[in-house]
Design a protein around this ligand. Structure first.
Ligand code: SFD
Ligand code: AMP
Length: 630
């Protein structure tokens, strides 16, 4: 049997993840922990400087409410999010983030993030809520601030990198820490904590990606976020919400370059191969999705849907008309050749920087395929589905809102003591890990991490006694986590190629199987994002067999052990996604997925959250009311 050394770490607060939300959590936790002499421990699967979705950097901060200007209110932001999510959102959570997000943005600037300013020194907006940044080093900057804050705690602050968190430690229904393993050394890590915050991102590669072969790892969402948050919190018994609300971004094809700057800053159009503009030609379709089809901006999924209708009708490829947009901007200077040339150079470099700041591979793809954006249009396409509760999807834990925003009608439903605590005591969630609070993006995730950390410290102050972790449970979990190494060890010599063996399945093959199921039956790219009750039943049957086979996953080394657990987590994400789409008998987010057997929006029956809770054997589905507060 694999025999790893066990390292035990005792702490007050455990922060799992080192991305946008948890770097925010670290900074805030350090502040409050110092006042109460508490210990804070941060654990990341990777190196915080470049971990998570922002590893490559970003070119925009997508949530800045700018409350100080008086131009926007918290209500304006809540209205935007409610509309974009076709009416389904936790307004208390969105409002709580919206009222705090500006301060996170100001901290980023203080820590050294260059935010574009105009000649008057005002921030340059990409759109109403978005700011342009020189963000190549965004993640390094927020990680440094988090590390500095933890370092200030002295012995009361610890950071562990390259530790892959797998399971929660539970005692009497309460989360008392976490267990994981080092991805570099043969060591198990047991973290005993009075409160735990989960910010381990969303999930990608649950669906078959468009990229294949040598490009396989290239997806829009970062390949290293694999459903760890969903798995951990579900196993702990935390209720999930909006797990049907996947996100499908439309992106520059194959490199996944962002479109926001093109649509909002450069005011570009997207047209089909015949020159038709789907946002104009298909406008009447929006009537079918009233009242949300009539709002401004048009919800992201409906924008997607109009483009998809063109593709499905054989009018593709769809193009971002970069050449037209750049020419139009430069044409303002057409009477002055020198000024024209200068402007063209300026916007050309802005266009390249948009990619170089956050999607370097798209810039490489442009360079490699001789694309000059000022001369030719570039293809855009809908990506495969991802789970990212912080962007325009909504999947994540069902968490408590803040007390002061509730009213008599919402208090019992949306508040249970500590902001961002899940339905499991002592377990908190933020960023992609918390649901029904979309459009928080990088800045809002950071702010939400801060909210969660402040609440978690308050929880520890109110509940100072450690319940204790059960050694038998730790032993069982250790053996289970390491089992794939034992399986490989026992059987790998039976065949000449260790990749192929009747006694086990390697994680990569397992992932391909999962992706095929999801792609074909659960509304993936190949199925044109369409499914129905029968296809979902088929997916559920196949996922049940896959789950049986997951017991036979094998790992040749530590790296593969990580791959095993990543794919088990993806399987859990798939399972709750399919169950939730199956339960919701309507189509509410065309452009994300379409249920062909219930093809219409049904506000009478389904203007509600669909929540799911793992009861130890199956998902219990729960319908919860949507309450409007603003
Ligand atoms: O526009 C474990 N996002 C954008 N936000 C913006 O504000 N502006 C943009 O320009 C953005 N663009 C964008 C964005 C996302 C992506 C994927 C792309 C482009 C390509 C959204 C934000 O990035 C997003 O909202 C936040 O990053 C969410 O924060 P958080 O904390 O929920 O997730 P994370 O940052 O990915 O961090 C996850 C952390 O968890 C770690 N981890 N640690 C221990 N054990 C495990 N088992 C773990 N599994 C994961 C990770 O290492 C990481 O530290 S735009 O183009 O859309
Ligand atoms: P993206 O690059 O698509 O992630 O977009 C960045 C930001 O701009 C996000 O807040 C998007 O919701 C928003 N956005 C992108 N395209 C549009 C559009 N056509 N209309 C309105 N908002 C958009």
């Amino acid at each position: 049997m694999a025999n790893f050394e066990t390292v035990t770490v005792e702490t007050d607060l455990l922060i799992c993840g080192g991305g946008m939300s948890m770097t925010g959590a670290a900074v805030e936790a350090a502040h409050w922990a110092k006042q109460h002499n508490l210990k804070v421990t941060v654990v990341d699967k990777a190196a915080m400087d470049r971990s998570g979705a922002v590893a490559m950097g970003l070119s925009a901060i997508n949530q800045y409410v700018d409350l100080k200007s008086g131009n926007n209110s918290v209500k304006n932001y809540v209205d935007y999010v409610r509309n974009d999510l076709m009416g389904i959102t936790r307004e208390d959570l969105v409002a709580n983030i919206a009222r705090h997000v500006d301060s996170s943005v100001h901290l980023f600037e203080k820590w050294g993030l260059p935010i574009w300013t105009d000649a008057d020194g005002n921030y340059v907006h990409e759109g109403r809520w978005q700011l342009m940044i020189n963000g190549e080093s965004y993640k390094v900057i927020v990680a440094e601030a988090a590390k500095n804050a933890i370092a200030e705690l002295g012995d009361n602050g610890e950071i562990f990198e390259r530790i892959f968190i797998v399971d929660p430690l539970m005692n009497d229904g309460k989360c008392v820490g976490a267990i994981g393993f080092s991805v570099r050394e043969e060591k198990m890590y047991v973290f005993k904590a009075k409160a735990t915050i989960i910010g381990m991102g969303g999930a990608v590669h649950v669906f078959k990606p468009r990229s294949s072969g040598e490009g396989l790892g290239r997806a829009w969402y970062p390949p290293w976020n694999t459903g760890s948050s969903l798995y951990f919190t579900s196993v702990a018994g935390a209720e999930q919400t909006c797990q049907e609300v996947r996100f499908i971004p439309v992106r520059f094809k194959d490199g996944y370059g962002p479109v926001g700057a093109w649509f909002l800053l450069f005011k570009s159009r997207a047209t089909n191969a015949f020159g038709g503009e789907y946002m104009v030609e298909r406008r009447p379709e929006l009537e079918n999705w009233a009242p949300y089809g009539k709002v401004k901006p048009i919800p992201a999924n409906l924008r997607n849907y109009l483009g998809m209708l063109d593709t499905m009708e054989g009018k593709g490829p769809i193009y971002m008309r970069t050449e037209e947009a750049l020419q139009k901007i430069a044409n303002e200077f057409k009477d002055d050749p020198k000024a024209y040339k200068k402007k063209m150079k300026e916007i050309e470099s802005e266009a390249w920087e948009d990619f170089l700041d956050m999607t370097i591979s798209q810039a490489i793809l442009w360079a490699a395929s001789n694309v000059q954006p000022e001369e030719q249009a570039s293809e855009i396409a809908a990506a495969e589905p991802y789970f990212i509760g912080s962007h325009s999807g909504a999947s994540g834990c069902w968490v408590s809102g803040p007390e002061d925003i509730q009213n008599d009608d919402t208090k019992d439903e949306y508040f249970w003591g500590y902001p961002n605590m899940t339905t499991v005591s002592a377990l908190f969630a933020a960023g992609d890990a918390s649901g029904a609070s979309s459009h928080k993006f990088s800045s809002g995730s950071h702010a939400e991490g801060r909210i969660a950390a402040k609440a978690a410290i308050a929880y520890i102050v109110d509940n100072p006694d450690y319940l204790g972790a059960d050694q038998a449970q730790i032993d069982t979990l250790t053996a289970r986590i390491l089992l794939p190494l034992d399986i490989f060890e026992e059987h790998s010599a039976n065949t000449s190629d260790p990749e192929i063996n009747p006694e086990y399945i390697k994680p990569k093959m397992f992932m391909f199987r999962l992706q095929k199921i999801m792609d074909e039956y659960a509304a993936g790219v190949s199925a044109q994002f369409t499914t129905n009750k029968h296809m979902l039943e088929k997916a559920l049957d196949l996922l049940a067999v896959l789950k049986e086979d997951s017991e036979k996953l094998a790992a040749a080394d530590l790296h593969e052990l990580m791959r095993v657990w990543e794919n088990i987590q993806r399987m859990w994400q798939a399972s709750v996604h399919v169950e939730t789409m199956y339960f919701r008998q309507e189509t509410r987010w065309p452009g994300y997925y379409f249920r062909a057997d219930t093809p219409k929006i049904d506000n009478d029956n389904w203007l509600a959250f669909v929540n799911a809770k793992w009861d130890g054997e199956k998902w219990e589905m729960i319908k919860r009311p949507v309450k409007y507060m603003f």
